[in-house]
Design a protein around this ligand. Structure first.
Ligand code: MOS
Length: 772
């Protein structure tokens, strides 16, 4: 063994193909509804065809007479369900609107679940249900009668008051004194995540009252506890299994109301029940990105320095719930400014409750701020990059807290150089290539760096294989690979030597995969567990008479290349060190409570509650990842057709665990940003408060031919304040600001400033009337 060829160690930061890639591309990865289930029944939902009112009657006779139909579940026979508390109420639900009730709160609310021996019979059974409603006129959102302003956030049941809207100095005075002013209103539409994996739930009860749930989830531990509350059973009697998630983007972060009814129906049926929610039903039975409006006022000196900034946002939510993204937490902290005001208003309509969707606060709010900054640059006749430079800051202006690291301007400079940015800005509508008007735009990119308490277990065997277990989630973020990389790095192995088990509520709990916290949260706790293993091996080696490392200092010993090594060159093969220290295997369990997190964060995690902290909510500092987004657009002078031939972004987000995955995340974000600017909108029939394009065919997304060239530049950054490994989140960084960069480029190309997303051809043809 001592002479064995030295194996390599996979290091944190080495570009590593996804270890689960083969499983995914060969179809071997089992998603929730792929799990084989013995003798299942199949469910089908019927959802309401009105947005407001109540159910008068449901005629179930034809459905029940259909061969294969086992039962029809409505409010009359489903049994007791506690609707549960939403995330903002410190619960786990995406909505507090109970399924299967007589009252209708929004279009597409669940009114019945039909169970049958086949998928087809369940679907046909649901079609045969005759529901009669007493209908009232709904309010769809902005511009509707009956829209009601409500509390921005109710105090949480824990008694914690909602955070106030950020402000500093005297906005009104600062704005009044400013020689250059921008006063503009922006709007973003309803958007749905549309993960390719549909929302599915399979529930199976065992004879002793234990429930297994297979469901795509960003929060297996939270789901277990949330569902237990809904069903009034013990959390330890519920097992949530979700090893792979086929797209989530926030939509699988909170528990939907469907899970509880599938569980209750399966119990009544006495057999497992599988439910696949249709694409259209997914629009109303899960969450989505709320429609928002913004009023931004900027006041600046002639040198470009901001002296006043105000950002007022309005967000549409459902009647009962107060889901808010409140991106002013971010937009008031991007630039130096002494006089700041902000305000977020919730407007309650007859809509399903919105929820997390990729960079929930920053996508709409940074769109507004970064368009306004571009407008200010034009008003000042200043290069927009220089405008950001004169307003760059090392401290956030609300509480004067320092950024742990901030590479906004290095990102701008790197991206500008790669893009070939012309600092002598040609006038709007002055660059032309044949029939195409050419425009260049840029915007700041930012995402708060968040981290949460987490737990993990690592087991190292004498054969030099390691198993890491933590209840985190693979939502396309590359979690399997990131964990394998960290364990390999810390234990001196290769990724091939590591087995990763995640996505299961029986594992040591990890936080909800939201707010781009996962990699930082779980990699740090896993590194801690690995350190315990290293320390145990080292302590054994230095004390052993037969070890070449005898007498070395335990702190000096590291694991690398399959050996335990001292800095003086002495080493001992891992197998030998293991055989002495712990014949068979060493197992270590670790908990991590990050800086600023509640001391009871791990106890809360064992109750399913994630305590995501950091970002702008620390007492002593603020932490965020930064970037700069650049695009070229080409707008056809006659048709208004908009093309985006080039995207360049530069980003700094601390320690990169896997550059290959990070680049892919950022590229996905960039493309999504273009999509947000030009394509994405859930259309609403405002008379009926009903979504009209509830399908994938109408869900326009850019494809390869739409974006000919994209570039992701990653700047090195070493910030050990954010956490020991120096990891900032990257998942939700790439799309922030890209929507504004596109809008700014469209203005440059055409001279038309479009302040409402998505930008449409008709906006550029002068034929635009205010949208309903
Ligand atoms: Mo993400 S929208 O925080 O799942």
């Amino acid at each position: 063994m001592a002479n064995a060829e030295t194996p390599q160690t996979t290091r944190i930061g080495s570009a590593t193909p996804r270890i689960d890639g083969r499983l995914k591309v060969t179809g071997a990865a089992r998603y929730a509804s792929d799990q084989p289930t013995a003798h299942p029944a199949y469910g089908w939902l019927l959802v309401s065809s009105i947005a407001k009112g109540r159910i008068r009657s449901i005629d179930e006779r034809a459905a029940r007479a259909l061969p294969g139909v086992l039962d029809v579940f409505t409010w009359k026979n489903i049994g007791a369900i506690e609707p549960g508390k939403t995330f903002s109420q410190k619960g786990f639900m995406g909505t507090s609107i109970a399924p299967l009730q007589e009252q209708i709160h929004h279009d597409g609310q669940i009114v019945a679940l039909v169970a049958a021996t086949s998928f087809e019979a369940a679907r046909e059974g649901a079609r045969l249900l005759v529901v009669r409603y007493a209908e009232e006129k709904p309010s769809a959102g902005f511009g509707s009668v009956g829209l009601k302003a409500g509390p921005v956030e109710k105090p949480s049941p824990g008694g914690e008051p909602p955070l106030p809207d950020p402000k500093a100095g005297d906005f009104a005075a600062g704005y009044a004194s400013a020689p250059v002013k921008i006063d503009a209103r922006y709007a973003t539409p309803t958007q749905h995540h549309n993960p390719i994996e549909l929302f599915t739930t399979t529930c199976a009860w065992s004879g002793d009252g234990k429930l297994t749930v297979w469901e795509g989830s960003q929060n297996v531990s939270g789901f277990k506890h949330g569902l237990a509350k809904q069903l009034a059973i013990k959390p330890e009697d519920i097992h949530v299994i979700s090893p792979f998630v086929g797209g989530a983007f926030g939509s699988k972060g909170s528990l939907t109301q469907r899970t509880a009814i599938v569980a209750l129906a399966a119990r009544q049926l006495g057999r497992p029940l599988k439910l696949e929610v249709t694409r259209a039903q997914g629009f109303t039975t899960a969450t989505y990105r709320a429609e928002t409006r913004h009023h931004v006022k900027l006041g600046a000196g002639t040198d470009g320095r901001l002296v006043a900034l105000s950002h007022e946002g309005e967000e549409i939510t459902s009647r009962p719930d107060d889901y808010k993204v409140g991106g002013v937490d971010t937009t008031t902290r991007v630039y130096a400014c002494t006089n700041i005001a902000s305000k977020v208003t919730m407007l309650h309509a007859d809509r399903n409750t919105p929820g997390f969707m990729r960079s929930p606060p920053e996508t709409p709010y940074m769109f507004a701020l970064e368009c306004a900054m571009d407008e200010l640059a034009w008003a000042l006749k200043m290069d927009p990059i220089e405008l950001r430079r004169v307003n760059d800051t090392k401290v956030e202006p609300i509480n004067g807290l320092p950024y742990t690291s901030r590479q906004l301007m290095p990102c701008f400079d790197a991206a500008a150089q790669a893009f070939g940015w012309n600092t002598q800005r040609p006038q709007p509508r002055s660059m032309r290539d044949g029939d195409w008007l050419v425009g260049h735009g840029c915007a700041s990119t930012i995402y708060p760096t968040q981290i949460a308490p987490a737990t993990a277990r690592v087991r190292l065997t004498t054969q030099g294989r390691a198993l890491v277990q933590t209840g985190t989630h693979e939502i396309g973020n590359g979690a399997y690979t990131a964990l394998a990389i960290v364990v390999a790095d810390k234990l001196g192995l290769k990724v091939e030597d590591i087995d990763v088990r995640i996505g299961d509520s029986e594992l040591p709990p990890a936080p909800v995969a939201g707010g781009s916290n996962s990699t930082a949260s779980v990699c740090n706790v896993v590194a801690k567990a690995c350190e315990q293993i290293r320390a145990q091996l080292a302590a054994s080696a230095v004390a052993a008479a037969d070890s070449p490392l005898k007498g070395a200092s335990t702190q000096d010993l590291t694991l690398a290349g399959g050996s335990l090594r001292a800095s003086d060159g002495r080493s001992e093969p891992l197998a030998q060190a293991m055989a002495r220290a712990a014949p068979g295997a060493i197992e270590a369990y670790a908990e991590n409570i990050p800086h600023g997190a509640k001391p009871d964060g791990v106890a809360l995690l064992y109750q399913g509650v994630s305590s995501i902290g950091g970002g702008f909510h620390l007492k002593d500092r603020v932490q965020a990842a930064f970037g700069a987004s650049f695009v070229e657009v080409r707008v056809h002078a006659r048709t208004g057709e908009i093309r985006v031939p080039r995207i360049v972004g530069a980003y700094a987000f601390g320690q990169v665990v896997n550059p290959k995955a990070a680049e892919s995340q950022l590229m996905g974000g960039q493309i999504w940003g273009v999509s947000c600017a030009l394509h994405e909108a859930t259309e609403i029939d405002r008379r009926a408060a009903r979504y009209t394009n509830t399908n994938l065919a109408d869900y326009l997304i850019p494809v390869n031919a739409d974006i000919a060239s994209h570039q992701v530049l990653i700047l090195p950054e070493d910030d050990r304040q954010v956490n020991e490994l120096g990891i900032k989140g990257v998942g939700e960084l790439g799309n922030v600001g890209m929507n504004a960069a596109v809008a700014n480029a469209v203005f440059h190309a055409t001279g038309v400033r479009v302040r409402e997303l998505p930008i449409r051809l008709e906006d550029l043809l002068g034929a635009r009337t205010a949208r309903a």
